[in-house]
Design a protein around this ligand. Structure first.
Ligand SMILES: *Cc1c(COP(=O)(O)O)cnc(C)c1O
Length: 239
C-alpha cells in the first residue's frame, strides 16, 4: 500500500470549522445542527479516520472503492456497534465495481447514470438490502466534471421510482473552482432549486443536499447545503 502522510485532525481546527458552519447557517437562517460534516479522508490513513471519529466525526467520504475497502478492513471491530460511522462514496463509480462498492459503502453519492443505478438496484436486491444514494448533478460547465445533466434529472427520477432497492436520499454537486469563492454561489443556488423542486422523490425524513468543499462550504451552506464534504480544511493539504 502507498504511504500516507501523517496528519491528525486537532480538536481546535474542528471547533474552528464548526464555528464557521454555525455562522454560515445563521446567515442562512437555518439550524446549524441541520448541516452535517462529511469528513473526506481520501489519501489519509485508517489511523486518521480513527482519530477523527474519536473527535466526534461520524461520516466519512472516500473517492475510491479499493482504498475505502482497505481502510474499513484496517478498522474492523474498532467502532462500537452503536456508533458505527457512515461511509460515503464521493468519487465516480465504475459499473464493474458496484458489488464491492455495496460491500464497502453505506451511501453512494456519485450516481450519475441509469445504467449505474439499475446495477446498484440489482445488486442491492441480490443482497436483500436497500442502498442509499444521492444523484450527482453536473452543475458546472467544465467537461471533465461528472454528473447527470440538470435537464435530465426529472426523467431520471421518474425512471428510478420503479427501482425498489435504491433509496434516493437527495442530490450531490461539485461547483467549479474559482479564486473568488463567491462565484460558486449561482451553481449552489441552481442545485438547491432542483433539490426543492424534486423533493418528493427523496424518500427519507431529512433529504440530503451535499454541496460545498473546503474552499466554498460557507457559500454552500448559505445556499442551503445540508451536508458539506470537507477534506483539506480539516486534515491539511493532501500530498
Ligand atoms: C476530495 C473531495 C472533497 C474534499 O475536498 P477538499 O477541498 O479537500 O475539502 C469533496 N468532495 C469530493 C467529491 C471530493 O472528491
Amino acid at each position: 500500500m502507498e504511504s500516507h502522510p501523517v496528519t491528525t485532525l486537532s480538536l481546535g481546527s474542528l471547533e474552528n470549522v464548526r464555528d464557521r458552519i454555525r455562522l454560515a447557517a445563521e446567515r442562512a437562517k437555518t439550524n446549524p445542527d441541520d448541516v452535517e460534516i462529511l469528513a473526506v479522508t481520501k489519501t489519509l490513513s485508517a489511523d486518521c479516520v480513527w482519530n477523527a471519529w474519536e473527535l466526534g466525526l461520524t461520516q466519512f467520504g472516500e473517492s475510491r472503492v479499493q482504498e475505502a475497502e482497505q481502510k474499513r478492513a484496517a478498522l474492523e471491530n474498532r467502532f462500537p456497534p452503536n456508533r458505527q460511522p457512515r461511509w460515503h462514496l464521493v468519487g465516480h463509480l465504475q459499473t464493474n465495481k458496484v458489488r464491492k462498492a455495496l460491500e464497502t459503502f453505506d451511501c453512494i453519492q456519485s450516481v450519475d447514470s441509469l445504467k449505474l443505478i439499475r446495477l446498484l438496484n440489482e445488486e442491492a436486491e441480490r443482497r436483500a438490502q436497500p442502498v442509499s444514494c444521492l444523484i450527482e448533478v453536473k452543475i458546472s460547465e467544465e467537461p471533465t466534471k461528472q454528473g447527470l445533466p440538470p435537464e435530465s434529472l426529472g426523467g431520471f427520477l421518474d425512471q428510478c421510482t420503479r427501482l425498489s432497492f435504491v433509496r434516493i436520499e437527495g442530490l450531490m454537486g461539485v461547483a467549479p473552482l474559482f479564486d473568488d469563492c463567491q462565484k460558486t454561489r449561482p451553481y449552489f443556488r441552481a442545485l438547491r432549486t432542483l433539490f426543492d423542486h424534486y423533493r418528493s422523490f427523496f424518500v427519507v425524513p431529512r433529504p440530503i443536499l451535499s454541496m460545498g468543499m473546503s474552499p466554498d462550504f460557507e457559500i454552500a451552506i448559505e445556499e442551503g447545503a445540508t451536508m458539506v464534504r470537507l477534506g483539506s480544511i480539516l486534515f491539511g493539504p493532501r500530498s
